[in-house]
Design a protein around this ligand. Structure first.
Ligand code: F6R
Length: 611
């Protein structure tokens, strides 16, 4: 959560920082602020979006070549002007921006208050900056030294940037547990939570590691550990296109990302599915192939939509590779005392690669000797770096807060993994493997076809935009899709929605059904089709309003449903990649019709870096 951005160089800092904040707004949008070295150390901050900050700044002095900015997702303290970052120290000599949480802030605050520090916000961050000031005063040391010493005293997660009025030609940054990237330009440097604010200026970046402090001064970048050991910055080339982080003519990022899926699914298979040569190839799996073949059990850890992709993987891996799979919410798994052995493989799935609970689950499983395999979208992210091996999903940046193309890319990669492991274990025959490869290579075209349903789905959205509840039902491979459809609807339209296994409905939720209840049933032709038809009858008998997602050409369900959405036929195993698309579009259109902020839904942020 929270986005941070900073600049030091020969250009005007403020426009670069504001543009960077707009790019990072998906990480939080409760308030925004900037600090600029204008001769003074000047802070402007405001509750609300970056646009509110820009309106507030208009006409004020922003002339500076060094500065930093922050867009907030509130943790400690409600969203208001005083809790917005940057925060000054008591003397207003130092300012800080921070992404993360300082867990021992209360004890530190009491101590600092006794030393005379005065607080104007409810945040843990204001404690951090006063701690730095206190240490600097007590030790008569440089800001760099004070930051280093302060990092030994704080417990928690942080990516910070610190500016000082008294040492005006430098930026100091540090990280532990929250992401921080430095862009290296020509006589200028950019710092940010991810590369999106940097890419239009330079494609050379340095990812700061945990417990490292970066000091940029006199046009030079120096990185040291918290123990003051000098590191050699590792400059990497970014492969990120500017157009991939812009809306490209779509009204919302979410819509753009839904429509990108034929391409993003293809990208997630590229170089991995070699149809003509007849083989599958996944670099990250190669060295661990034998481990997968001999695995007693696979545990999947993830959160939210990534957890739904994990559920699809449970069906895939058990079906194709005959390995027992457990799918765990990372946040629950890490606080249990789970039985994990060295023979277990833990697959961590995360779009952002920064989700704090998933990261902590990985660390816990690692400490018990399990092999950790990561499936991430963001290259160089914390999870990607914490795992033993893994595969990137290559979906490209996902900016809409509601995850869409990341889900289908995750499912694609997990399908490839299950096929590779199943084939190696001898549980997936050559013939079946070949069939699936052909069918998988046809999926981008089938998703393209599903996207042509957009206009039909808008009509359905119009019909149901004012309801207060929705049910989503599915069985087998379509059960996780029902969960995902319900999550998409509730997070962006604020309509209460629940996903259920279709057959489980009669054990309780059926009591909810009356003539006002829309029930989305994913009822494509698969091994449980007949049973789902019976479940539809049960809903119809209670006058529920059925919206059915069916396989093209179905001539049974249309007679029972009020609305029918026909998707192209594919193998049962691959159906989630197609059947999820109309549900993404349905939630998108309902949210738009209700006037909701689709890309920035209330209370949410894209990357959940707090536990
Ligand atoms: C839902 C959504 C969230 C994320 C979850 C995990 O649309 O975006 O539920 O899926 O916060 O995030 P990652 O995949 O980044 O670990």
């Amino acid at each position: 959560m929270c986005g941070i951005v900073a600049y030091i160089g020969h250009r005007e800092a403020c426009p670069i920082i504001l543009k960077g904040l707009r790019r990072l707004e998906y990480r939080g949008y409760d308030s925004a602020g900037v600090a600029l070295l204008t001769g003074e150390l000047t802070v402007y901050k405001k509750k609300g979006k970056v646009q509110d900050l820009e309106n507030f700044i208009g006409g004020r002095n922003t002339h500076a070549h060094i500065g930093m900015g922050h867009t907030r997702w509130a943790t400690h303290g409600e969203p208001n002007d005083s809790n917005a970052h940057p925060h000054y120290s008591t003397s207003e000599r130092i300012a800080i921006i921070h992404n993360g949480i300082i867990e021992n802030y209360a004890a530190l605050k009491t101590h600092l208050q006794k030393q005379g520090h005065v607080f104007h916000s409810d945040t843990d961050t204001e404690v951090f900056v006063n701690l730095i000031e206190e240490i600097q005063t007590q030790n008569s040391c440089t800001l760099e030294e004070a930051v280093r010493l302060a990092l030994h005293e704080v417990i928690g997660a942080y990516a910070i940037v610190v500016l000082s009025r008294d040492e005006p030609n430098q930026l100091i940054a540090a990280r532990k547990g929250s992401p921080l990237v430095i862009g290296v330009g020509q006589d200028e440097f950019f710092l940010a939570s991810d590369a999106t604010p940097i890419i239009e200026y330079t494609n050379e970046v340095v990812y700061v590691n945990d417990y490292e402090i970066a000091v940029i001064r006199d046009n030079k970048l120096e990185i040291r550990t918290r123990e003051d050991v000098k590191q050699t910055p590792y400059i990497q080339k970014l492969e990120l296109e500017l157009e991939s982080i812009e809306k490209g003519g779509y009204e919302h990022f979410m819509l753009k990302e839904i429509f990108e899926q034929p391409r993003s699914i293809l990208d997630s298979m590229r170089g991995r599915l070699e149809l003509e040569a007849g083989h599958l190839n996944m670099g990250g799996v190669r060295a661990y192939e034998q481990k997968f073949v001999n695995a007693q059990r696979i545990i999947i850890v993830a959160c939210g939509t990534s957890w739904h992709a994990g559920l699809v993987a449970e069906y895939l891996l058990e079906d194709l590779a005959r390995i027992p799979v457990e799918v765990e919410y990372a946040s629950e798994f890490r606080y249990r005392n789970p039985v994990i052995t060295e023979r277990d493989i833990v697959i961590a799935i995360s779009q952002s690669g920064e989700t704090a609970d998933t990261l902590a689950a990985i660390e816990m499983a690692k400490s018990k000797g399990a092999t950790i395999f990561g499936i991430c979208n963001v290259v160089g992210s914390s999870i990607a770096r914490a795992t033993d091996a893994g595969a990137y999903t290559h979906a490209g940046p996902e900016i809409g807060v509601a995850s869409t193309k990341a889900f289908t890319a995750q499912v694609t990669v997990l399908t490839l993994l299950a096929m590779i492991v199943g084939h190696k274990r001898g549980t997936l025959s050559e013939t079946k493997l070949r069939e699936l490869m052909v069918e998988l290579s046809n999926i981008p075209a089938k998703v393209e076809q599903a996207l042509t349903l957009d206009a039909e789905i808008q009509v359905i959205a119009e019909e149901f935009k004012d309801v207060t509840n929705f049910l989503y039902l599915g069985r087998g491979y379509n059960f996780p899709v029902a969960l995902e459809g319900a999550l998409k609807l509730k997070e962006i339209s604020y309509i209460h929605a629940e996903g259920y296994p279709a057959a489980e409905m009669k054990h309780g939720p059926i009591a909810l059904i009356d003539e006002n209840m829309p029930v989305v049933v994913i009822a494509t032709k698969d091994s449980s089709y007949e049973k789902v038809v019976s479940n539809i009858q049960e809903v119809k008998a209670r006058k529920g309003r059925i919206i059915a997602v069916v396989t093209e050409g179905d001539d049974v369900i249309p007679a029972m449903a009020e609305f029918v959405i026909e998707v192209p036929a594919t193998s049962e195993v691959l159906m989630p990649l197609v059947s999820v698309v109309p549900l993404q579009l349905l939630s998108y259109h309902i949210a738009v019709l209700r006037g909701c902020n689709v890309d920035q839904p209330r209370n949410l942020a894209k990357s959940v870096t707090v536990e």
